[in-house]
Design a protein around this ligand. Structure first.
Ligand code: FES
Ligand SMILES: [Fe+2]
Length: 396
């Protein structure tokens, strides 16, 4: 089903390439410039989007074995993600039920049990409180009422989502709107995490606009990716999630340009069929590369401490574990991608938000060729306006 959808998109994209066209939306849309810097608006985005919507917190291959865990702060919420002894992924608030201490420092590790560093209350890998220190002196409590606070979590397509609201009734699968079955086609659960980096950037929407934008590629990235790259994009949507792909992309595989236009799309290799940028609302982009073998850059964007800051965790995932030479090529590719994002995309974003923050510009524009950005901002607005009940019906 999802493979036939993928082929349908490839055919559609190919016919646009042959006709010299792209999908254009009806009109130019204006977005108030204030939406990018107003602190009240930004706080609402953190509270009503990032704290209510499922977020991508990791990939399966980062936590492959029972006992593997990852602790992190996500928009200020301490989260503990772990794979339990049954191989299931669990997400908890990383806070002890005694007095709230973090059970583990942020980072990755492997544990069967989590003993709190403050007074040694201990939890198993299902989040159940299994022991308290000096129980006779502490006093009687029903341990089963003091487990870790569990967060809704879903592992699908080799990607791990969790919702920061433990009471959320929003079904993560419904939120994915069928996009997960497309992402399954990457087969990411069997990939290898080669490397990770973190980059500081501008306002999260300034940064995210860039991931949906191919219009800037031959201009802003002329020194790195070159000028012979298309600035046209077609957008394919599943709920708020969008795949962005140029109709004209002639994929560059193994260092040489190959033209697949003569072949039926059924005969295209999977890496060509999966080309382009796959965004996962509200904060992830997946783009394919070939440094050291088939690989992707998964960028996980998070708001920082204020409207002008964000940070991006970049994962370089490889289809196969590289040998030494491939690892060096992968590192070189990753260095280039980090440079492009930091020195070209985010440096531009940091400068543009200074201009916006002067208040002298009323609005910014998304053209008829920038339907992806229009759709993203429309979804942001829709979610900000939705109460918890409406939120569920948005993903009906
Ligand atoms: S805060 Fe965890 S044992 Fe006291
Ligand atoms: Fe860019």
């Amino acid at each position: 089903m999802s493979k036939s959808k993928l082929l349908e998109i490839a055919r559609n994209n190919k016919s646009h390439a042959e006709a010299g066209t792209m999908v254009l939306v009806d009109e130019i849309v204006k977005i108030p410039a204030k939406n990018y810097y107003d602190p009240d608006r930004w706080q609402k985005e953190v509270d009503l989007i990032f704290k209510r919507i499922p977020l991508v917190l990791s990939v399966s291959s980062e936590l492959p074995n029972p006992g593997d865990y990852k602790a992190m702060d996500v928009v200020g919420v301490p989260v503990l993600l772990l794979r339990d002894s049954d191989g299931e992924i669990k997400a908890f608030l990383n806070a002890c039920s005694h007095r709230g201490a973090a059970l583990v420092e942020n980072g990755n590790g492997n544990k069967k049990r989590f003993s709190c560093p403050y007074h040694a209350w201990t939890y198993n890998d299902k989040g159940s409180l299994i022991g308290i220190s000096s129980p006779h002196e502490f006093g009687e409590i029903d341990k089963s009422c003091h487990n870790l606070i569990a967060l809704p979590v879903l592992e699908k397509a080799g990607i791990i989502w969790a919702t920061l609201d433990p009471k959320s009734k929003l079904c993560i699968e419904k939120f994915l709107s069928g996009y997960d079955s497309m992402l399954e086609l990457f087969d990411l659960k069997n990939w290898h995490v080669h490397s990770q980096r973190t980059i500081k950037g501008p306002n999260w929407k300034v940064a995210y606009d860039g991931y949906l934008d191919l219009y800037h590629l031959p201009v802003l990235h002329s020194e790195t990716f070159g000028t012979d790259i298309s600035n046209q994009a077609n957008y394919y949507e599943w709920g708020p999630h969008q795949r962005v792909i140029s109709p004209y992309r002639s994929p560059d595989r193994n260092g040489k340009s190959e033209d697949f236009d003569e072949l039926l799309v059924e005969d295209w290799p999977m890496d060509v069929l999966m080309a382009g940028v796959w965004t996962i609302f509200p904060h992830v982009s997946i783009a394919s590369f070939n440094g050291g073998g088939r690989s992707i850059l998964l960028s996980q964007l998070m708001p920082g401490d204020n409207p002008e800051d964000s940070y991006t965790n970049q994962y370089y995932l490889m289809e196969k574990k590289p040998n030494k030479k491939q690892a060096e090529e992968a590192d070189k590719q990753f260095d280039l991608l980090e440079y492009v994002v930091r020195e070209e995309d985010y440096a531009t974003g940091l400068r543009l938000q200074k201009g916006l923050k002067t208040g002298m510009i009323d609005s910014v524009m998304f053209g008829r060729n920038e339907g992806g950005g229009q759709s993203f901002h429309a979804w942001v607005d829709k979610i900000l306006k939705a109460n918890d009940k409406d939120l569920i019906s948005l993903f009906g």
